[in-house]
Design a protein around this ligand. Sequence first.
Ligand code: ZN
Length: 73
Amino acid sequence: MNTFLLTLFLTLSPVSREKTVFICYSRSAYAYHADSLCHGLQRCTHQIFRISRRQAEQKRYQPCKICFREAER
Ligand SMILES: [Zn+2]
């Protein structure tokens, strides 16, 4: 039940209805970001792409510890 509610909340989150995330297209980048203004993303010197969170996870990106810290709890 809790898992279901959490999934529902994430799916219907008003902040990111499309569930898109931002990634830095760099060999050293490992995280996807919920916010394009995230400090971790600001350090990116390469192109920044906006893709769906599902795509990011398929590409082995991990949630950014800065901008996903609150959402995961
Ligand atoms: Zn971030």
